[in-house]
Design a protein around this ligand. Sequence first.
Ligand SMILES: [Ca+2]
Ligand SMILES: [Ca+2]
Length: 205
Amino acid sequence: MKKLTVTVTTLLFALLFLTGLTIFATDGNTKYESIITNHIQLSEDYCYEELFEYHVTEQLNSDYVLIKAHESVVPDILVSSDFGGYRIITGSYSPYEHGYYIYIPASDKLYTLEEAYDADITDIEEAFRYLNGTAVVLMGDADGNFELNIKDATMIQKHVANLVNLNEFHKESYIGYDACDFTDDCQLNIKDATAIQKHIAGIPV
Ligand SMILES: [Ca+2]
Ligand SMILES: [Ca+2]
């Protein structure tokens, strides 16, 4: 797993975003709250949201539930994790690194997003899609539609030619612009477009 410290500007956007989430947290569904807080043993002062339920059955059970749960503190630093072509903002939610969890009611198992990805849970990508542009991005997804295809390479080419401004395009998503750097070298240039084209063609980058 790779980790990197995000920029100060990104951090400021993130703090604004997290503050908004904290307010929103009080209105969420809390069907599994007592089970989850037993799993991760949060202190009395915490934020909890059930964000997304995948495949709700007639018995109102779900294959999995995307949950955000962390202590009610503003993280002093945010970090991101890269795996499987995704970049996910995790943050240092004291005392836990990850604020997002996947809960599977049938087995009563709780996973971090990365653990859920590694466990190959069916359609886990739908949970990532739910967080697209806020906590999750698909690397190379320049147009932010959660698909990686030739249109993303073209958009980066246009950005390099000053026909499109990807900074402006992703102003509502504090990690959307980061996703454009497909080669992950902290530079956005024609090499990113070329690498995406090769990746789509199945040529090793
Ligand atoms: Ca795309
Ligand atoms: Ca790059």
